[in-house]
Design a protein around this ligand. Structure first.
Ligand SMILES: [Zn+2]
Length: 124
């Protein structure tokens, strides 16, 4: 198993893992990030109708200039999410059992996530 190999490699170089971070984002939020995403074809700014809507009174980023991604990208993303969650589960369980895992809310604002990770890093 990969974890056994990783531990052997860490031992060989006299290294160890002090902290494992998991940024947790629900499938619903990932879907909204993809479905709601649009790009202004004039200036290239990226918006999201759920989390970061385009300004209403604007010439450049008016709705007629916003372009959405196709639905097949959503299907691919959902498939990747499910595969990732299934594959990562034994790794998460392993580090949880060794009290190394910290789960960070990846749905929070970026500055909140950054502060939380900084706080966790300060403890090691
Ligand atoms: Zn624009």
């Amino acid at each position: 198993m990969l974890l056994v190999f990783l531990n052997k490699l860490l031992d060989k170089y006299d290294q160890k893992i002090n902290l494992v971070l998991k940024l947790s984002v629900s499938l619903d939020v990932i879907k909204k990030r993809i479905i709601g995403r649009s790009v202004c074809t004039i200036c290239g700014k990226i918006y999201n109708e759920f989390f970061n809507p385009a300004p209403i009174n604007t010439n450049c980023c008016a709705s007629r200039f916003l372009q959405k991604r196709s639905d097949d990208i959503l299907e691919i993303a959902v498939s990747r999410y499910n595969t990732y969650e299934k594959n990562i589960e034994p790794v998460i369980d392993f580090y949880k059992e060794h009290n190394l895992l910290e789960v960070v809310n990846g749905e929070a604002q970026i500055d909140v996530i950054s502060d939380e990770i900084s706080g966790l890093l300060d403890r090691i």
